[in-house]
Design a protein around this ligand. Structure first.
Ligand code: NAD
Length: 498
């Protein structure tokens, strides 16, 4: 069976280790590779390589960095299909969706190509007699990214293009479920001319993550994953004096007002709930209906949900693939069962879903649950599967209050034809990313991505301007070039402008 190792200092590194983790093909259920979990020595090796590379990369010219980023973009553009296929085989999502996540990641690379502009500082002439003042930002050093299974290319690309463009060296610890995309991207960096040690990949589980969180030579941690782990990462790494941005889980609500277009809304809800088998941090998980829209809307949603083509991600006619593991399938199915047991109405039941020819695959069919209330497990937990719950409310106030009472605050959307309602919604809702008739409001790369409340721990959202700030720190220089004829202005009192 194939083994998957690391990328350290510009080379594939494999090791004989007893500690491995199985990578499955979720569509067939077959084991397809063994992932080597890095040893403590390998973690030290990768940090040492990144630290040595920083002495050169941190001093490289802006134009040299920009040229390499442009080359990386070109290479990835040519290899999108190869990358998408690797993602589909390990994650399960359909090929077009995998290519879409690569495209969204590339947009961050394109943003980072503008680094000479992004890193421009400020200059104030003559702040005092003969004194000028300027500020600029410098890289932090070695930084690490720890990423989830659901976007094995895009989420790392939320981090490393900006980190590398701003002069840092980067260590990626991808998800152990779908690690191959990270190694393909490492090869692309090498082909683009990135010096060895600037981009590295270390594979593993919690033991490897802990070693990164505790390593004194790592200056910052970017994390994306579930809320309990995000909270833990933030606590441990900040206690170790590191800068941390830790993006957590989500429970995304969409509110639908009586003046929304039923067909438009239903189509978008179905795509946003079941695309990528609901394994998107911005997937719509709860449809919050206001008033009389509920019955006609849910009837149309049910019709459309039954038509979703579920199958292997490799089959280009599939719209939705399997979920990531057999454990995930069991967890999702048991949450659906709990919803029914707690009094919700199962409109469409995707449990026990079988795809002909893929009987061992980890499939869950589109599932619709109506009459969900906020005390039910199916509402309170992040399901991360193809399950759409409907919560019925009587007013916009009730709907907004419900969203604000939820501990998560990643994404939300409103479907309406009222500008006044939309404006009120985006101003009052305590969520980081908001869609107005847009169900999955993932910001473009030149804005920053991030949630509120339990969906993000730390001060910075990811990529865009906040990413540039996260991976750099500011310096302010006060400068005077006097003619040394007199010690004018030398004073024992605190300096003030003259
Ligand atoms: P996860 O939290 O299980 O794993 C994320 C990373 O943390 C992986 O690299 C994993 O190896 C590591 N990890 C897992 N357990 C750990 C532990 N005990 N100690 C240290 N490290 C550990 O998440 P996942 O299942 O891979 O991904 C799905 C989750 O990610 C969902 O909750 C989803 O909402 C969230 N997510 C959030 C965003 C966002 O932008 N907020 C984006 C994508 C995914």
């Amino acid at each position: 069976m194939k083994t998957i190792g690391h990328w350290i200092n510009g080379e594939h590194v494999s090791s004989v280790t007893a500690n491995t983790s199985t990578v499955f093909n979720p569509a067939t259920g077959a084991e397809q590779a063994q992932l080597q979990v890095a040893t403590a020595e390998q973690v030290n090796d990768v940090v040492a390589a990144a630290k040595a590379a920083f002495t050169v990369w941190g001093n490289s010219s802006l134009s040299q960095r920009a040229k390499i980023l442009f080359a990386f973009r070109e290479i990835m553009n040519h290899r999108v299909n190869e990358l998408a296929t690797a993602i589909t085989d390990e994650h399960g999502k359909v090929l077009s969706d995998a290519a879409g996540e690569v495209q969204r990641g590339l947009e961050v690379v394109e943003y980072a190509c503008g680094l000479p502009t992004l890193l421009k500082g400020e200059y104030s002439d003559q702040v005092s007699g003969g004194v000028d003042l300027f500020s600029y930002r410098q890289p932090l050093g070695v930084v690490a990214g720890i990423t989830p299974f659901n976007f094995p290319a895009m989420v790392p690309m939320w981090m490393f293009p900006v980190a590398i463009a701003t002069g840092n060296t980067f260590i990626l610890k991808p998800s152990e479920r779908d690690p191959s995309a990270s190694l393909l991207m490492a090869e692309m960096w090498k082909e683009a001319g990135l010096p060895n040690g600037v981009f590295n990949v270390i594979q593993g589980d919690a033991s490897v993550v802990n070693a990164l969180l505790d390593h004194p030579d790592i200056k910052a941690i970017s994390f994306v994953g579930s809320t309990p782990i995000a909270r833990y990462i933030h606590g441990r790494a900040t206690a170790n004096g590191k800068r941390v941005q830790a993006l957590g889980g989500a429970k995304n609500h969409s509110i639908i007002l009586p003046d929304a277009d039923i067909d438009f809304t239903a189509k978008h809800l179905v795509a946003a709930a079941f695309g990528s088998a609901g394994e998107r941090c911005m997937a719509i998980s709860a449809a919050v209906t206001v008033g009389a829209v509920a019955d006609p809307l849910m009837a149309r949603v049910a019709e459309l949900a039954q038509e979703v083509k579920v199958g292997s991600g490799r089959d280009t006619s599939s719209e939705m693939g399997p979920v990531i593991t057999v454990d995930s399938k069991k967890r999702i199915e048991s949450l659906v069962a709990s919803g029914e047991a707690q009094g919700a109405r199962l409109v469409l039941d995707g449990r026990g879903y079988k795809v002909a020819g893929f009987e061992e695959g980890f499939f869950v069919g589109p599932t619709l649950i109506d009459g969900v209330t906020t005390d039910m497990d199916v509402y309170q937990q992040e399901i991360f599967g193809p399950v759409l719950s409907t919560v019925r409310t009587d007013s916009v106030d009730e709907a907004i209050a419900l969203i604000n009472a939820n501990p998560y605050g990643n994404g939300t959307a409103i479907f309406t034809s009222s500008g006044e309602a939309a404006r009120r919604f985006h101003r009052e809702v305590q969520v980081g990313m908001i869609g107005i008739n847009v169900p999955i409001p993932v910001p473009m790369a030149y804005y920053s991505f991030g949630g509120w409340k339990d969906s993000l721990f730390g001060d910075h959202h990811i990529h865009g301007p906040e990413g540039v700030r996260f991976y750099t720190r500011g310096k302010v220089v006060t400068s005077r070039w006097p003619e040394f004829t007199e010690a004018s202005g030398a004073s024992f009192s605190f300096p003030t402008a003259k």
